[in-house]
Design a protein around this ligand. Sequence first.
Ligand SMILES: *Cc1c(COP(=O)(O)O)cnc(C)c1O
Length: 445
Amino acid sequence: MGRIAVFGTQEINRDGHLYIGGIDTNDLAGEFGTPLYVYDTALIKDKINQFKKAFDKHEGLNWQIAYASKAFSTLAMIQLVNEQGLSLDVVSGGELFTALKAGMDPERIHFHGNNKSESELAMALDARIGAVIVDNRDELELLERMCTERDQQIAILLRVTPGIEAHTHEFIMTGQDDSKFGFNLANGTAQQAVKQALQAAHLQLIGIHAHIGSQIFETNGFTGAIRVMLKHVNQWTRELGFALNVLNVGGGFGIRYTEKDRPLPITSYIDAIVETAEEECARYRLPMPALWIEPGRSIVGEAGTSLYTVGAAKTIPGIRNYLSIDGGMADNIRPSLYQAEYQAICANRALEPKTNKVAIAGKCCESGDILIKELMLPETCSSGDLLAVFSTGAYGYSMASHYNRIANPAVVFVENGEATLVVRRESYEDLIRCDVPLKNLSPNI
Ligand SMILES: *Cc1c(COP(=O)(O)O)cnc(C)c1O
């Protein structure tokens, strides 16, 4: 049909319409309404395969990819992840519940978080999940006590802070760690935890974990963390008889939001991680552990596109043109929360010259609800047109709120010309479903 490829399965047709998964986004908006989250599931599977291939290249290596479900957790997404054979990270009872409901193999579920409650841990133990990533001493003691009472064994990893913090374009080593997560390596807290875990009869300490940041575009944060971790592991092996079976280096692999973002190929991250771990293990004569990673954003981020209908336009001469859309910070908090930047196009006028500089404003009662500060759009893009915002697949739906009592949008998966509704749009009734009125409601509506 002579469409122009954009990204993943995104294409621009000759009529200027954006297609995803072989479907016209204008038809998707017509059928499912806007705002709408559209996921290109072929691209999700492609990303998963890139990670798998990158590991497969390293023969004899034992590895696991755990999708960090906080990036985007729904029954359908977990089913897809389970089907692809990935493991899964959960950070709360709610994420664990979703995973179990979706039929995720409990063996492949890993439970994270810095303040897991007793009832959340009980849920994890009842389900016999694969591993708990223990964050602090209180949790270590609570878990051992619970497992003793139940006479149940559980595999654990200890989360450590290697004193390395990765930022978007650099990483820094901090002398004094200041993090709410994990056991500090530098001040001996981690060593103490290892000692304690080794003595806990019901806990099998299989490894250590670090997650150094997110949207990382370099490998040196990962390799630096591995060097620091294995240096300590060497000491614990000699002094405490610790055996490292699993080295978990977390997630944080960067993605492309705008053309300013230049993520490395997935193989570059994995090669650097594997090679550094092998080098350091050889240096200390340690057996090579299994390598686990936890990508979230890099699995789903680029696969998601948000569709909005353009509404009111306002021009402040000499200052700014505003175009308002029917969504905003309620369905995508990232611009207001961390000045995140996005790229977007007019999905029904994608081939018209982009001559109008606009700000894309959300509909919430916050001046900060600006989805995109500066975007070039066709002069003609106006009320009733369709706006497609790219790379909204991670931390969009999962961070959505009901601010201004805005109902959460629907989510559709698209592939090979087929659209599947995986989350229905919330209704007004959904919005008040947990409300308990003070008196009998008069039937106004
Ligand atoms: C958030 C998080 C991840 C995933 O991070 P991404 O940037 O989405 O890849 C992985 N592991 C842990 C422990 C996390 O908190």
